[in-house]
Design a protein around this ligand. Structure first.
Ligand code: PEP
Ligand code: MN
Length: 293
């Protein structure tokens, strides 16, 4: 390990990796994130209607997703954009879980909403704009549900680790980190997917790490190839936007996959996931044979 990382992150003792600690597996409803299985969370950017959500939930479940994403409370860059259905959206997410068995991940924007959203969500999402909202992070410490912590768009890996430590110190060890692209000088993509953040986070932290290729790319044509990159660098899962009719989506239609595109992406990922799996199984043998770690 780069010795610099050790010194840099050891102060975040609850989330930093040490030579002796084992990797955390975060239990979300009946799923393990960070264990042997690669967990795909998929669904619309925002919950828009019952038909939109239920159709999407069924389609992504059939294609192999294990969790349904969908914002009921939406943080938007523009105050004029669709802000989400709020409470009604939460109820629709609960209905979709009942009908499909998918676990629910949805965003919580404010500490006042934590209790309410924890009644509906299986995984509490902290968005990029909230990563340094310490009042929210502290409230999530006592919410009784695991947290998906998205990297702030201008946050360093150290900043992300600090926010994870705040949640853990407040009493919640169930944290999944998410790389979703950062703001750089590059404007051809919506954000710049920092693919190196995945192996770095896995080296410096024991927490599971997933990738959101949708918000990184900003355009749907790039989503499958970025998802493939995520599997190859050892991510534990994906967060992907899917919509029945992306051209009519109330938010992030450009980066949302159609059902067919999502199915194709899931099929195309299979050989890469099998390679990853084989590499993981090979690892203990290499170590036993004195191979490189
Ligand atoms: C989202 O995943 O719904 C979202 C708003 O993403 P981000 O916070 O990464 O922009
Ligand atoms: Mn979105």
């Amino acid at each position: 390990m780069n010795p610099k990382w050790n010194g840099q992150f050891s102060c975040f003792d609850l989330v930093a990796k040490t030579d002796v600690c084992s990797r955390s597996v975060v239990r979300v409803r009946d799923l393990d994130v960070g264990g042997a299985a690669f967990v795909v969370m998929a669904g619309p950017c925002a919950v828009e209607s019952e038909t939109q959500l239920l159709q999407t939930a069924e389609a992504v479940a059939r294609a192999g997703a294990r969790m349904l994403r969908g914002g009921a409370y939406k943080p938007r860059s523009s105050p004029y954009a669709f802000q989400g259905l709020g409470m009604e959206g939460l109820k629709l997410l609960r209905k979709a879980r009942r009908e499909t068995g998918l676990a629910i991940v949805t965003e919580v924007m404010s500490e006042e909403d934590v209790e309410l959203i924890a009644e509906y969500a299986d995984l509490m999402q902290v968005g990029t704009r909230s990563m340094e909202n310490y009042a929210l992070l502290e409230a999530l410490g006592q919410c009784g549900k695991p947290v998906l912590l998205k990297r702030g768009m201008t946050a360093t890996i150290e900043d992300l680790m600090r926010s994870a430590q705040v949640i853990a110190m407040a009493g919640n060890p169930g944290i999944i980190l998410c790389e979703r692209g950062i703001r750089t000088f590059e404007t051809a993509t919506r954000n710049t997917l920092d693919i190196a953040a995945v192996p770095v986070l896995k080296a410096v932290s024991h927490l599971p790490v997933i990738v959101d290729p949708s918000h990184a790319a900003g355009v749907r044509s790039l989503v499958p190839v970025l998802a493939r990159a995520a599997t190859v660098v050892g991510a534990d899962g994906l967060l992907v936007e899917v919509h029945p009719c992306p051209e009519q989506a109330l938010s992030d239609g450009n980066q949302s996959l159609t059902f067919a595109e999502f199915r194709r992406m899931m099929t195309d990922l299979q050989p890469y996931l099998e390679l990853q799996q084989a590499a993981r199984e090979l690892r203990p043998q290499l170590l036993a044979a004195g191979g490189a770690d």
